[in-house]
Write a protein that binds this ligand. Sequence first.
Ligand SMILES: [Zn+2]
Length: 463
Amino acid sequence: MLRERLNRAAYFGLHRLIGSDLAKRYKEFVDLETRSHEWLRDLQGQRLQKLLAYAASQMPFYQKHVTPQAEYVLSDFPILTKNDVRDNFQDLMSPRIRQENLSGKQNLSYSWTRVQTGGSTGTPTTVIHDKNFRDINRAARLYTQYLCGFAFGTPYFKLWGSMREINDAKESLQQRIASTLAGEVLLNAFRMEDPQIDSYVQTINHSPVSHLMAYSDAAYRMAEHIRTAGVKVRPLKSVMACAGTLTDEMRQSISNAFGQARVHNMYGSRDCGAMACECLHGGLHILENKVILETVDQTGAPVSPGETGRILVTLLGNYGFPMIRYEIGDIGSISRRRCHCGIPTAVLDRVEGRTIEFLLSANGGYVSPIYIRHLIGVVHNSGVIRRFQVVQDALDHAVLALEKESGAADAVLDDSIANIRRDLITVFGAGMKLEIKVVDRIPESDSGKFIPCINRIGRSAGL
Ligand SMILES: [Zn+2]
């Protein structure tokens, strides 16, 4: 415990040296549990008002789209799509960052930064995080660990796939020291073949570390290998599942694989940072001092609490590049109820996929990737399908690739394929031309994440 406290002090000290206000930001998150709902609502209201007024007066994009007013509400602002961000990149920057960006000058070592998101889950997007927002984001990430029961300073395994975070050669000494002080033990999510997973299990078994932070898909893949190969694993206390949909089936499998570990869903993205995380009581708390989430229907009208809609994100900060009502590409529902742990934020009932991953039926309705996953991976899979991917490129055309489990009998696989074809055509509509291919290996996306359902409808038209 003393070592953890010293590491924490050193980590904050290091950040102070580079001009970061991380310690103060972190304290605001941790103190949330001592605050009232009214206090949080007031704080959120003040931050929002200041942000909207600033954006409306300073950003050319918002000067074009928002009528000046004494007081703003969120709905005065347009929904900001990824295409809007791409087409208006300069016009969304603060005057100072625009100037520094144009002149190529960015002298301060700890200043604003460009953040890119992978193109494989939708439109490739670049956004800017200003210096203050980087602090807020870092603090939010540390707070999600706190919610999962491994408060900052407690060592944890990090099964992650970002080259920058994995490749030591590209990391500065400062980053490496910070990572060590934060207690990270890295495992590479880019390498998820069976022998690598076995070596990760060995690392876990020979270490006293009891917490794991991982991509949901990577944790699930590891768990399924542990289960099917009968590998012995030392029990963990918690697994934090990040960056992807966590289904009940995945949660159960991950918990079982690591000795009934608690599994916490963490909702976040590269462009918006951490947005919600499950506490020890299971409430998926929205980090409302940092972010406002709205849920809207296809026309952009708000849906009621408890109903599913497209998620819009407003970052309460990031004045250098205000992101207001940003359509992140996920679907979810904000709960009617509150968590009884005492943290006064709203909670999400659920959050699902990227909207781009949702496939479409012949009449344009959403076909849930969770449903597809269940249908192919569970219902019609008696141990013969290792991995699958559905790529839909038109309302009436899709390709399903299947990786066959080693040793699976062809006759059993043929039966599965016939049943999958029948059920998928029922879901998509009778006009669906479904090609089913058995392949040796389905590749991961560029970011290292595996995506089971890909919607390519309209991509060639630049949508
Ligand atoms: Zn809670």
